[in-house]
Design a protein around this ligand. Structure first.
Ligand SMILES: Cc1cc2nc3c(=O)[nH]c(=O)nc-3n(C[C@H](O)[C@H](O)[C@H](O)COP(=O)(O)OP(=O)(O)OC[C@H]3O[C@@H](n4cnc5c(N)ncnc54)[C@H](O)[C@@H]3O)c2cc1C
Length: 389
């Protein structure tokens, strides 16, 4: 017997798909989530280091990440599940005049949005980042309301909560085509089954272009790879995630960021100077030596840290560096939550809440004008990349 139609089918149980399922189920919609992998959060979600901040320079990201922060920070109280939330803030130290000028320039915009962020002088900053290298330290920005979450715990918990509210999940269910009726998406076909729904939501991360193509849409999302790593736990000493905006002396990095998670582990990443396009996820030989030098440069006493593992994951990149969120242009019944670039984990709950509201009530939960800045119908090649990645 054929499965009765769902209200919504979500393709991808990742950083965006799981919170979307949770909020759709909360709206009372009959929701199905399909993922080609064997569990939730096993795509790029688990590659994230879990940084969550509202202190961006783009109004939509600020608004959506504010919602994410609210959801993450209240998650334990509302569900009883610990997802590793740590409200330690973000700190951007300045060691050069150029970085100081950039950070102070952004402060004006961030203040306009009433973000809790301020410039600290070097003395105050040393208290926020104990053990920071004082050599050349000019001060920096600190936003105490930002924080960190465990991406794996968040994926697991949001899935469990979505299921508790009635959502269904199928794993090892790769979507191979969309069922179309004219220019309306009416369902999906996996390698084994066909499912029908009023709305199909594409949250398939780095595969999102391929899924869009199945509906005849050209939505450019290209993967580029980034490496991360984590140490063995050490005694808690560091509250914020620290972002060093200096290019590395090795000439291969444009920044470096790290923090200490709720378990005491130091977790770290950098942005390569030359983007590494493609889907190769093998760790490189150069990542760890570069990271080790940068970490010890910022906090010299971390020189004896024991590293546990490294990994390489993919950012689903868009031409203008901003996500693509909303109803697909010229195709009915198809909604996109794609192109999250390097911030899909922190955007996930905010995007999910808005997509659920869009599908269930016909409007996002944030101001329409702000939401529409991420519209799939925008000119993806016209936009300016955000100042702080
Ligand atoms: C090293 C590193 C560090 C990062 N740190 C952070 C951070 O601190 N904060 C932050 O916000 N972001 C961070 N990110 C970025 C973040 O990981 C991504 O932006 C985010 O996970 C993308 O979310 P998504 O839901 O679009 O994709 P995913 O989480 O990958 O979810 C997509 C899902 O779709 C499934 N799928 C794909 N194709 C199909 C198909 N045909 N059928 C069925 N299922 C399908 C996949 O299996 C996957 O589970 C980091 C990334 C890396 C690599």
């Amino acid at each position: 017997m054929a499965t009765p139609p769902f209200d919504a089918i979500i393709i991808g149980a990742g950083s965006v798909g799981n919170p979307t399922a949770y909020f759709l189920a909360r709206e009372g919609l009959r929701t199905l989530v399909l993922d080609e992998l064997s569990a939730s959060g096993q795509g790029q979600n688990k590659a994230a280091i879990g940084g969550v901040r509202a202190t961006h320079s783009d109004p939509t990201k600020i608004t959506l990440c504010r919602q994410s922060l609210e959801i993450f920070s209240e998650w334990k109280a509302s569900t009883g599940t610990d997802i590793g939330w740590k409200k330690g803030g973000y700190c951007f130290p300045a060691f050069t005049d150029k970085v100081e000028a950039t950070l102070k320039g952004l402060l004006a915009t961030q203040k306009k949005f009433h973000l809790n962020i301020d410039w600290l002088d070097a003395e105050a900053l040393k208290k926020v980042v104990p053990g920071i290298n004082e050599n050349g330290l000019l001060g920096g920005t600190y936003s105490p309301d930002d924080g960190q979450v465990s991406p794996l715990l968040a994926a697991e918990s949001s899935t469990r909560e979505a299921i508790r509210l009635g959502a269904e999940y199928r794993y090892r269910a790769p979507v191979e085509s969309l069922v179309m009726k004219g220019n309306t998406v009416v369902g999906v076909r996996t390698d084994r089954e066909e499912f029908r729904a009023t709305t199909v939501i594409n949250t398939s991360g780095v595969n999102a272009s391929g899924i869009c193509r199945m509906a005849g849409l050209d939505v450019p999302i290209l993967p580029d790879s980034h490496e991360g790593g984590i140490s063995a736990p050490v005694k808690q000493f560091l509250d914020p995630l620290v972002v060093d905006l200096r290019p590395g002396p090795e000439g291969k990095t444009i920044n470096f960021y790290f923090g200490q998670d709720a378990n005491g582990q130091i977790i770290f990443c950098y942005t390569p100077k030359v983007p590494i396009s493609g889907t190769n996820r093998n760790s490189t030989y150069e990542f760890m030596p570069i990271v080790a030098a940068r970490l010890v440069e910022v906090i010299p006493r971390l020189k004896n840290l024991m590293i546990r593992r490294v990994w390489r994951g993919l950012y689903p990149m868009t031409p203008d560096g901003s996500p693509i969120v909303g109803k697909a242009p010229s195709v009915e019944g198809f909604v996109l939550g794609v192109g999250m670039c390097g911030q899909g984990f922190m955007l996930g709950p905010g995007v999910g809440k808005n997509l659920a509201s869009l599908v269930a009530r016909g409007a996002p939960s944030i101001d329409r004008e702000v939401f529409d800045l991420l519209s799939p119908a925008r000119d993806l090649y016209a936009g300016k990349k955000e100042a702080l990645k």
